[in-house]
Design a protein around this ligand. Sequence first.
Ligand SMILES: NC(=O)c1ccc[n+]([C@@H]2O[C@H](COP(=O)([O-])OP(=O)(O)OC[C@H]3O[C@@H](n4cnc5c(N)ncnc54)[C@H](OP(=O)(O)O)[C@@H]3O)[C@@H](O)[C@H]2O)c1
Length: 329
Amino acid sequence: MTDVLYEADIDMSPLRGRTLAIIGYGNHGRSHALNLRDTGVKDILVALREGSANKARAEADGFEVGSLGEAARRADAVSLLAADEAHGESWREHIAPNRKPGQALILCHGFSIEYGLIDPAPDADVVLAAAKGPGGAVRTAFERGGGLLGFWAVHRDASGGAQALAKAYLAGLGCGRAGIRETSFREEALADILGEQAVLVGGVCALAREGFETLIQAGISPEMAYIDTVHEIKYIADLIHDRGMLGMYEAISDTAEFGAHEVEGAIRDAVRPVFRAIVEDVTAGAFAQRWVADYEAGRKTLMARRKAAGAHPAEAAGAAIRAGAARRS
Ligand SMILES: NC(=O)c1ccc[n+]([C@@H]2O[C@H](COP(=O)([O-])OP(=O)(O)OC[C@H]3O[C@@H](n4cnc5c(N)ncnc54)[C@H](OP(=O)(O)O)[C@@H]3O)[C@@H](O)[C@H]2O)c1
């Protein structure tokens, strides 16, 4: 781990007296705009695509809202918080053709630089300022007086001030309250994508569905199978979040821990080649290419897969459990 910086270590002047455009007003965009304003960044323009459902929300929050082209013409720094898969399109069609010379580009994920979706001009500072977590948590942690862990990296330092800009931006999000560390675009992109594919989303859902089906085949009722393979993920996840994996073992039964140690090796052996293949696929940019192609073709593959996942019997069992719990409360 690199040195950790906190609020008091960070000079906020790179954000003062400059126009900042926040492109996108989704989970991260809204939280970034609100936190930066609350930490003293005065001149913020929110930029949205035509017809955005988030326009009214940004205006209700008191922000001036413009187009992506307007943001590109006016801003000294642009924070691109549109969906990653749309970065190439936003860059090619709106930002690059209108861009104010010397305008800095701030990204919250290594994805679009690391996998070549955008190729900023040589006069641009290009930095990563990633608040690690879902966008909503950037705001809720800030409102409670805290912040998410922040990671910065520099892809290009055209002005000599790129590093200072990234750190100031993270401090403006509240990350200086939790700690700000250096990373690289490659590290952030690969770690984020591997984490979500292999473990947090793909891995958890695959294990949960396989466990559910195994119990159904063993004659267990769908409700009981759902509770023991899906519903209780939350309790274990909360323990791991609050106390680490060792702390989780200490908080559960010895029976559960003994059994878990017995099977962990076999599960790891089974998934290791899959995980290695994910690293190669992501590192080569092949995953990014497939995802952007699907996005540009109307997300047909994503929607078909989501529909298939919705038809899995675990969904009906989960809905029944949640409906029962809602009736009691
Ligand atoms: N580093 C991390 O740990 C981390 C974690 C989560 C997210 N992130 C990053 O944060 C960024 C934003 O994520 P998010 O969670 O805020 O996403 P989100 O909630 O889905 O919001 C996406 C925003 O992008 C806009 N958008 C989508 N397609 C667009 C297009 N073609 N042109 C212009 N705008 C478009 C949406 O517009 P509408 O308002 O019209 O819907 C919306 O405002 C991404 O780069 C993501 O990778 C990083």
